[in-house]
Write a protein that binds this ligand. Structure first.
Ligand code: HEC
Ligand code: HEC
Length: 142
């Protein structure tokens, strides 16, 4: 390898390391935001109030959206004069119905499957939304 090529190779590794550090720092910053306790969400009545945005998103997308085969707007109402969803609003009855289903699901796991501390979204739950819904909003009724 000529000196010039060697220099380029080393410079390349330097760049890779710099990029790596930047990515790592970015991930660390995200995790710090994710795990910060407190009032990130305004209107949680069943889920833990200090839930991370990562855990909340996973529940909303995998358990609720995919689990029932619906989009976010099945449960979440629109903001006034806008197409954006107001996630904290309880204007749609489906959202309260979902809360009631969450309580039922927790109770089924606790009472009938002897889980002392069931949590919506936890992989250890025996009964989940999907157990009954299996991708349908009205199971047994379609
Ligand atoms: C089957 C109904 C249902 C679907 C579908 C659903 N959600 Fe939710 N969402 C809820 C319920 C119920 C709560 C409140 C949970 C509680 O009270 O603990 C909630 C809470 C939230 C919150 C917290 C709002 C706050 O500040 O209190 C966000 C953000 C959210 N959902 C986003 C989404 C997104 C994004 C989607 C689509 C990917 C989605 N949801 C799909 C039922 C649903
Ligand atoms: C033990 C079975 C079972 C489990 C577990 C279950 N559901 Fe349901 N759910 C049903 C049935 C059955 C219906 C349909 C009732 C009807 O059509 O009258 C329903 C209806 C609903 C509706 C009402 C839809 C509407 O149009 O009003 C929502 C929302 C809902 N479920 C959300 C959930 C969520 C979220 C979970 C998980 C936290 C869940 N369910 C877990 C059986 C279940």
């Amino acid at each position: 390898m000529t000196i010039k090529k060697k220099y380029i190779a080393i410079a390349g590794i330097g760049l890779m390391i710099t990029a790596g550090v930047m990515v790592t720092a970015g991930v660390a910053a995200n995790i710090a935001v994710d795990t910060q306790p407190g009032a990130q969400y305004k209107n949680l009545k069943v889920l833990p109030k200090n839930i991370s945005s990562k855990d909340l998103s996973k529940i909303m997308v995998d358990d609720f959206g995919d689990g029932l085969g619906v989009s976010c707007n099945f449960c979440h109402a629109k903001e006034n004069n806008s197409d954006r969803l107001d996630y904290a609003s309880d204007a749609k009855p489906e959202k309260e119905m979902a809360r009631s289903m969450m309580r039922m699901t927790l109770k089924l796991n606790k009472k009938f499957f002897h889980m002392p501390h069931p949590l919506i979204g936890s992989a250890s739950m025996t009964i989940t939304c999907v157990t009954c819904h299996n991708g349908l909003p009205h199971p047994g009724n379609e």
